[in-house]
Design a protein around this ligand. Sequence first.
Ligand SMILES: *Cc1c(COP(=O)(O)O)cnc(C)c1O
Length: 397
Amino acid sequence: MPGFELFGDLERKEVNDVLDNGVLMRYGFDGMRKGHWKAKELETELQNTFQINHVQLVSSGTAAVSVALASAGVGAGDEVIMPTFTFVASFEAIMMLGAIPVLVDIDDTLTLDPKAVENAITDKTKAVMIVQMCGSMGNMNALSNICTKHNLLFVEDACQAIGGTYQGKPLGSIGDLGCFSFDFVKTITCGEGGAVITNNPEYYKNADHYSDHGHDHIGSDRGAESHPFLGYNFRLSELHAAVGLAQVKRLPEFLSIQKKNYTILRDAIGEIPGVTFRKVPEGGEESYAFLNFFLPDLESARKVSASLKDKGIDACFHYYDNNWHYVRKWDHLKNLKSLYPISNEVKKGLQTLQNKKFEQSDHYIARNMSCLIKLSWTEDEVRQRAETMASCIKSCF
Ligand SMILES: *Cc1c(COP(=O)(O)O)cnc(C)c1O
């Protein structure tokens, strides 16, 4: 997945444009910048990529989730439903607004189980946030119908699924708001960066103002701008946007490399008895950023994980034992290890996590292996890797 593997002349040229005129800020300084508006240009490119009316660049994927929720009015005491399998950024972004993360089980898509979502809805629920993990997606129709039925906001964290589609629509563009990260390890990178996308003009306007101190961006004198509401600073710099602009133009190339490498690996292990794959909902096409497969049980998954490491196969993750991505190891969240006081509402909401069992999530994550698909492998390297993976797996059960 990481776009940084293929840095080159395009990235250098875009960054040099910015360095040559010295305007590192995305707003203002019209005279100095000699026509270079990298952030604005990247927003336009992303509108085309994601077939969406509005794109607001922000400083990270985590910021994108906070800004998306804030733009739609989610805040103190509101409950946001999210999956047990995600990145820690999901609950961080929710809690930053004083909202309460409500963790629910995943299914064989490796993200939200629609039944678990429906069971978790209360009169405080404001939004359902799906996290399109490891290059694929959840059951979007079922989730979208639940949100419509209960009048809830549907937010997509598509940080790990740039380029995936569902029924012809880019992931991220299906919910009310979509969030992307362009951090250093994502399919396209800005170094650090993120984006909120939406077809809702009001949410877009809010995201635009909120991510820049609430400035209304009217006129050409920043000091004279008014503040219709409070905001923060989640701006992206022109230098970061320049890198992203070069990278987004290469997305089709990156996706085709991912698909080719993914297919070689999948074909090599697909026939092994006991190996099954994560479910991709009908009408869905993965971004091929990861190959995810299930082994028969926790024991065989741990064996395969150790054997792959032993044979030098890097970037294959057994998330059950990983500190970043699965609720099982989030002790800092369960024990509310915060530097500053947290509201009683959030405390109360999170207390339930201390003893809560997520047996259905365990059933999938304990058996899952997730292998990152790299862009820089040669075909020989992928074929060698495929052979080694197949023999490791076969030797384990
Ligand atoms: C990377 C990632 C984020 C956070 O993005 P940053 O840009 O690193 O803040 C959020 N959600 C998911 C699923 C991610 O993979």
